[in-house]
Write a protein that binds this ligand. Structure first.
Ligand SMILES: NC(=O)c1ccc[n+]([C@@H]2O[C@H](COP(=O)([O-])OP(=O)(O)OC[C@H]3O[C@@H](n4cnc5c(N)ncnc54)[C@H](OP(=O)(O)O)[C@@H]3O)[C@@H](O)[C@H]2O)c1
Length: 276
């Protein structure tokens, strides 16, 4: 079977959460591979600086849109803004996401709502809005960034794990549906990666073991996307083994194992610490 998305050269990729971490690394790597970019996140100045640098260094076109994608209507607004600049999206990368560590009911309800919108609702909305255009051309791609947390219930990161399990299941189903239409769908699952993620989630840095760098996660995601046809890829051999284990072992065991890590008093910041 011919690969539907063998190269990034001359393609246009929209990346959410492109102002830092894995999203920024994806933007840099895509620009290096000759793709034009549409970058979005909340931090306008970071996006503009990145756009200027990538445009200058690689001669690609880079557009920026600052949106808070944890708000219900933002995905629609982003779609409309992209359309009104007459930009054609070949590759949609749903990367923006955050976690919140701690006892489930200690998180403010608004925080939980924002997480559901950013991690799950926004990717669904953006897929729903952009896929008809790709289906019409019978070409395009969706790269959804999930996590190794997709495979394992995570006590004290319960909603984050559930949101990523949603992304995994949703992406695998889209892979099954859209392959015949010439659209490449991949769910990429990083393990621990050195970005702002853990600090923002309130996870003790001591628990961030075997962390990869964002650049290697980005390169691996783009390589798997363009060189294989598989629906899911886990970053790094140790994470791959763990993810396979999570699929085989009893759910109660793997849940208890995660609980034993995150229930330690020093594992996560308290609500008061997070407020500062
Ligand atoms: N780091 C890890 O260990 C790890 C492991 C597995 C999976 N992941 C997943 O990888 C993805 C990227 O995470 P990361 O590690 O790169 O985290 P990060 O360094 O915290 O970056 C998150 C990105 O998302 C953007 N973002 C956050 N809230 C947003 C909002 N409300 N609206 C729009 N954009 C928002 C941030 O930009 P602004 O602040 O400018 O909005 C930033 O560009 C996430 O989906 C995460 O769940 C990360």
């Amino acid at each position: 079977m011919k690969h539907p998305f063998p190269s990034y050269q001359g393609k246009t990729a929209l990346i959410t959460g492109a102002s830092g971490g894995i999203g920024e690394a994806l933007a840099c790597e895509l620009a290096r591979r000759g793709a034009h970019l549409i970058l979005t996140a909340r931090s306008r100045s970071k996006l503009e600086m990145l756009a200027a640098r990538l445009g200058r260094d690689y001669g690609v076109n880079v557009h920026t849109f600052d949106f808070d994608l944890s708000l219900h209507q933002s995905a629609r607004k982003l779609f409309t803004a992209v359309q009104s600049r007459q930009l054609d999206v070949d590759l949609l990368i749903n990367n923006a996401g955050f976690g919140y560590a701690g006892k489930f009911h200690d998180a403010p309800l608004e925080k939980n709502e924002s997480m559901i919108v950013l991690n799950a609702e926004t990717p669904v909305m953006l897929c729903h809005l952009f896929l008809p255009l790709m289906a019409k051309k019978r070409s395009g791609g969706i790269l959804n960034i999930a996590s190794t947390a997709s495979f394992q219930p995570l006590p004290y990161l319960a909603l984050y794990g559930a949101s990523k399990a949603f992304v995994l299941s949703f992406s695998e189903a889209l892979w099954g549906e859209y392959q015949r239409l010439g659209i490449r769908v991949l769910c990429f699952c990083p393990g621990n990666t050195r970005t702002q993620f853990h600090e923002a989630a309130g996870v003790n840095p001591r628990l961030v073991f075997f962390a990869a760098c964002a650049e290697s996660a980005a390169k691996a995601a783009l390589d798997v996307f363009s060189k294989s046809l598989k629906p899911v890829s886990v970053h790094g051999w140790a994470n791959k083994i763990m993810a396979q284990g999570y699929r085989i072992l009893p759910r109660a065991w793997i849940t208890a194992a995660a609980r034993s890590i995150y229930q330690q008093p020093a594992a996560v910041k308290t609500v008061e610490e997070k407020a500062h």
